[in-house]
Design a protein around this ligand. Sequence first.
Ligand code: FAD
Ligand code: NAG
Ligand code: NAG
Ligand code: NAG
Length: 517
Amino acid sequence: MFGSLIVFFTCYFKMEVATAVLAWAISSTCRSLSASNSLWGICPRQDIAAELNARLSPGAEIFLPGSSGFSQATNRWSVRDAPDFNIVVVPSVENDVAEIVKYANSQDISYLAVNGGHGAITTVGKLQGGIQIWLDKLNSVEIADDGKTAKFGGGVLSKTITDALWAQGKQTVSGGCECTSLLGPGLGGGHGFLQGRHGLISDQFVSMNIVLASGDLQTIDETSDLWWAMGGAGHNFGIVTSVTSKIYDIQYPDWAYASFIFTGDKVEGLYGAINEYLLKNGTQPVDIINYSFFFNEPSIDPKKPLIMFFILQEGVKTVNPAYTEVFENLGPLATDGAGGSYPDLPAWTGLSNDAIPCQKPGLVYTRFPIDLQTYNIAAQRKVYDMFASATQQTPALNGSLFLFEGYSLQGVKAIPSDQSAFPFRDNNLLLAPTISYMPGPPELHAAAVDLGESLRQVLHEASGREELHAYVNYALGSETEKNWYGYDEWRQARLKALKEKYDPLGKFSFYAPITLT
Ligand SMILES: Cc1cc2nc3c(=O)[nH]c(=O)nc-3n(C[C@H](O)[C@H](O)[C@H](O)COP(=O)(O)OP(=O)(O)OC[C@H]3O[C@@H](n4cnc5c(N)ncnc54)[C@H](O)[C@@H]3O)c2cc1C
Ligand SMILES: *[C@@H]1O[C@H](CO)[C@@H](O)[C@H](O)[C@H]1NC(C)=O
Ligand SMILES: *[C@@H]1O[C@H](CO)[C@@H](O)[C@H](O)[C@H]1NC(C)=O
Ligand SMILES: *[C@@H]1O[C@H](CO)[C@@H](O)[C@H](O)[C@H]1NC(C)=O
């Protein structure tokens, strides 16, 4: 039942590659488009497209504005602060990416790798007039003969990975959402349902092919000085055209979930019980994941948000009553549950291809993430009340959610923190107000940012920490580099030195950029 509450959109947006749209031949579009930089100014899109086309493999595609391929490729999850592209190039072999980067460098044109299109950090909006390198065709999955690793194309999406591996009795850590890529999340660390067993997405990387800012296509592994940075700050250093990652035999095919809907009077009871019975000060059992969010559903309660709470358990057909009883005793409005297998998890949690988060309906989504150790009950009450009154006062924001993610942690904590650029292995929880709305007047955006920042501020103050830890892949964009990459001086220095060495001109400085001073 809960599933159907969230998953009521059908799959109207299918990521099919538009075929045979060599839109560069259409000359009329060019004249009607405004120039964003001098190079595009004399209407040279067709020339650029033709020059690129000559350098690329036969399977590569080029889309110009006005074509359906262009619209499909540039459609994004969040429409605000979106990058603006003059041309989309779809490489079909890894070396195409190198050719595009070399060509763009020679012409002084900006570029950005785009994968699932769910990157919503405002910094990407600084790219105005450039080339979108859409990795959609680099979507291969090749399992090694020994069954211990697989080579994934740089544009492979989560569901492709899950399904291809599952068919061979294998699995690996990927993001929970079917429509996000492996590398979008993975280059920032990457959380997933299997992290309690195996660590972050980036902890699985064994080697990768990467196109550097110079346009060189190199294979790197742990022997490269760049390797450390790729597991947490990787978006800053190149375009990964393929990655070889660890994969595992499926040990626990079964999973089950129990879900509960609570009314707002249960905030203290719910988060207190989560702290006490599930989180246990960061020692949550390895087979348990919990996940909750505040949301409005006026047909159930027109005045107050509800709380949706999930417990996911690995290796069972029903969630162990030892975990669910305390939540049932709190008096939920509704409960649900089912058993199935690992590939069912996205559908259960509202993250499958046909669910709302995988659609791109032209909304603005802004997130205000904060990583924490534990729930502060008084702060949970305060943010609930704030979320309730703000979404009542400004109905345009009432589709917003407030996410509370409690993945299992053992695999993440088992890896020493200094081993990669991902800085926040000691945190237990990912919290993020996700404020969404139809694009509107500036006051609406200001209200959205004010709400998100205020909610985050309450949680931050209640944490008693000076440091604000903000998962880079959920970040708004206004945070500091310390918020994204950690406060340790050595981390900041190491990242800057690598940036200076590998990308001194900031070619890859649109997504959560490391700046050189
Ligand atoms: C519905 C939803 C569910 C999510 N679930 C999870 C989750 O389970 N775990 C998690 O950790 N995060 C999750 N996130 C956050 C997610 O990590 C980011 O939104 C991420 O940017 C999505 O990747 P993408 O490929 O869809 O986005 P894109 O916008 O295509 O990519 C984001 C950025 O990554 C870079 N990039 C992408 N591919 C490459 C590449 N091959 N080489 C170099 N750079 C590259 C580019 O800079 C690009 O701007 C989720 C987000 C949403 C919206
Ligand atoms: C929780 O864990 C932290 C760090 O692991 C420890 O310092 C603290 O004492 C623990 N608190 C409780 C109540 O067990
Ligand atoms: C949001 O507000 C509008 C206008 O008041 C209302 O029609 C809609 O049902 C509300 N939606 C939610 C999810 O609260
Ligand atoms: C969820 O898991 C996290 C991480 O282990 C834990 O800190 C949190 O208390 C749990 N919360 C819920 C709602 O179960």
